[in-house]
Design a protein around this ligand. Structure first.
Ligand code: FDA
Length: 304
């Protein structure tokens, strides 16, 4: 419930505008976001990403944004992603570019998102880079999968995220194994109706592990994207992370010590970095998915 309320607050544009208008409030909230967001600019993401690669991590990079309802802003977002891809390519930074399809047009019309994605996939391919589509709320699952399948006919460097919490996902996964792109498995960040979704529970963890096992047995490229110890204990015990096509993936600023430990144990770890001025929404997502993060946020607000 708490988590749901925070997301409602996050989406309340009046509250957002209020924070942005007050330079003092803006400074305070931004201090808290800094733990999770590299900065406002592309250069911030690229620079932190470069440092992490030097330390032996893999990286994903996202220009933050979602649910864009203005066509001009969708095109600007696509242009920013293209610029990011070019910059990573020029600097030989082996980044995976992550994004929401609703940031580049899905909330207006699927064809716009598809055309923008095709352009990004082409640019990424020319630099030997890959893209990863995030998964959004269940009302968008079908259009997102349809766009993924369509773009996969031309580009194998585009991957897709699946949410273990949705009942449909085992079936979706078995179909998507016939497509070339990498698959990222997450538990799911959206509150969904109980007839289509399993909430956080042992049952969900079992399903998550089942999905991972299906991918591993199929020899399909997979990111195990979780911060959960119970999941990692199992995937390590079963030897899944020792396959060359399997990796762990965690969000920047969350459990960095654990990321380091996995890396030092010789396991492949990808860190998901974000940048952009929409840090406010991203901060709310992080607190909403794990309410204890509010304590670190308050500490950061007071101490910075
Ligand atoms: P879960 O939420 O069950 O928490 C288990 C334990 O993990 C907690 O008790 C705590 O110990 C630890 N933990 C979890 N979250 C933490 C946090 N924020 N801070 C500190 N500790 C934490 N979702 C989605 O719907 N679509 C998407 O495209 C993506 N993409 C994505 C990419 C990557 C790389 C990651 C890591 C996550 C996503 N997510 C996502 C979010 C995902 O669905 C999920 O909400 C979070 O990963 C939290 O779920 P966990 O599997 O970590 O465990």
């Amino acid at each position: 419930q708490f988590s749901h309320s925070l997301k409602s607050i996050a989406r309340n544009l009046k509250f957002k505008a209020y924070i942005q208008q007050s330079s003092e409030l803006n400074r305070i909230f931004k201090g808290a976001a800094k733990r999770f967001v590299t900065g406002d600019y592309r250069e911030d993401g690229v620079s932190v990403g470069n440092q992490l690669i030097q330390k032996g991590y893999r990286i994903s990079l996202e220009f933050i944004g979602e649910n864009t309802i203005n066509k001009e802003e969708c095109l600007q977002a696509k242009d920013e992603f293209i610029a990011l891809i070019k910059e990573c390519g020029d600097r030989r930074l082996n980044a995976r570019i992550s994004f929401d399809l609703s940031h580049i047009g899905l909330s207006i019309e699927p064809e716009l998102a598809y055309q923008n994605l095709m352009e990004m996939a082409k640019e990424a391919q020319s630099h030997g880079l890959s893209l990863m589509i995030s998964m959004e709320e269940s009302a968008k699952t079908d259009p997102i999968l349809a766009i993924y399948k369509k773009v996969s006919a031309d580009y194998s460097n585009v991957g897709i995220t699946l949410q273990a919490q949705l009942h449909r996902t085992v079936e979706d996964l078995n179909e998507l194994l016939h497509y070339p792109g990498a698959i990222r498995i997450v538990k799911g960040a959206y509150q969904e109706p109980s007839d289509i979704c399993t909430p956080r529970s042992e049952k969900l963890d079992q399903r998550y592990l089942e999905l991972v096992e299906i991918c591993v047995k199929a020899g399909h490229q997979i990111s195990i994207a979780s911060h959960d110890n119970a999941i990692y204990e199992q995937v390590i015990e079963r030897g899944f992370l020792r396959h060359p096509y399997v990796e762990a993936e965690m969000l920047y600023g969350i459990r960095p010590e654990y990321c380091k430990k996995l890396k030092e144990d010789g396991l492949p770890v990808r860190v998901y970095l974000t940048y952009g001025v929409e840090w406010y929404l991203y901060l709310c997502h992080r607190i909403a998915e794990y309410p204890p993060n509010i304590y670190s946020a308050i500490t950061d607000m007071i101490c910075r």
